[in-house]
Design a protein around this ligand. Structure first.
Ligand SMILES: [Zn+2]
Ligand SMILES: [Zn+2]
Length: 292
């Protein structure tokens, strides 16, 4: 599969406990695939030290990126981070971005906002997720989750919201799939927040590799976002990410993601350079072939 005209904007390296990969190995894979751009987005979770790119990690990581920028001149390499949002910690989160940017003397290319924690539970962990569902109904939890995403968007700290319905990650193992109409109103508030603040929605293929076997976001959520953007006369802002923690997963299932984006009615993707959004046409589906 060749991925010309496409970017992978969600890639991890050996900074957090869940990844052993080097920047160089990821760039080699990106070039093999023909990607235009790769964006490195390591975890910064203020509540979980194992998932926290420290100042020293950042300096080392940035050095590796600069080396690879020279080594792979045909590939555009973006510096990003996957920064967790926690309600009530907005000042610390914003201060961290400022501190990190002053440390490296430049802006990040983009900052991905994530929510992996809700009501005090790290629900992205299979061990912890059941605790969440002991607290409230699935529908209530979904609504709380999307309301938290809306709050994250309104902070103005983030350029992209990652895996926008990550809450389904373990819900599918614990409960039957939830009818979209039961949490639709909260997704509408989230979409309005994205459109008002010019924040992009990520289409993340890692969902295909979990039990839900579905891209993040669902077809319903992505279609609703695109539909509302078009109705308001603005271009939908969509980035594409594999959430790869190994080089071999870079660009994985992007044919399916592009198809989903196309079917949702969008005709462009969004790139970022030093936190400025750039619109780029959605590549034709037949460019990428039919399998990964
Ligand atoms: Zn994540
Ligand atoms: Zn990630």
């Amino acid at each position: 599969m060749k991925l010309n005209g496409v970017d992978d904007y969600h890639v991890h390296t050996a900074v957090s406990i869940d990844c052993q990969e080097s920047v160089e190995a990821c760039c080699i894979r990106a070039v093999e695939l023909g990607l235009d751009e790769i964006g490195f987005s390591n975890h910064v979770m203020l509540k979980l030290p194992d998932y926290f790119m420290t100042e020293d990690d950042l300096l080392d990581h940035y050095q590796q990126i600069k080396t690879c920028q020279k080594q792979f001149p045909s590939l555009i390499i973006r510096l990003a981070m996957e920064l967790d949002y926690y309600s009530g910690m907005e000042d610390q989160i914003a201060a961290l971005v400022k501190r990190y940017e002053s440390l490296i003397g430049r802006k990040f290319d983009f900052i991905i906002g994530s929510v992996h924690y809700i009501n005090g539970v790290f629900f992205s962990s299979s061990r912890r997720a059941p605790d969440l569902f002991a607290q409230a109904s699935v529908a209530e939890i979904y609504c709380d989750y999307f309301d938290l995403l809306s709050k994250a968007v309104h902070t103005g700290i983030f350029d992209v919201i990652a895996h926008p319905d990550l809450i389904k990650k373990y819900t599918h193992q614990l409960h039957p799939p939830l009818d979209f109409d039961l949490y639709r109103a909260s997704t509408e508030r989230f979409i309005t927040a994205l459109l008002e603040n010019g924040v992009a929605m990520e289409v993340n293929t890692k969902g295909l590799r979990i039990s839900a076997k579905e891209i993040y976001p669902s077809r319903e959520l992505l279609s609703l976002y695109v539909e509302k953007a078009i109705a308001e006369g603005v271009l939908p802002m969509i980035t594409l990410g594999s959430d790869a923690h190994r080089a071999e997963n870079i660009g994985m299932d992007f044919d399916r993601a592009l198809q989903l984006i196309h079917q949702a009615g969008a005709s462009c993707l969004t790139r970022f350079e030093r936190r400025v959004a750039i619109t780029t046409p959605l590549p034709a589906i037949d460019v990428v072939g039919s399998s990964s």
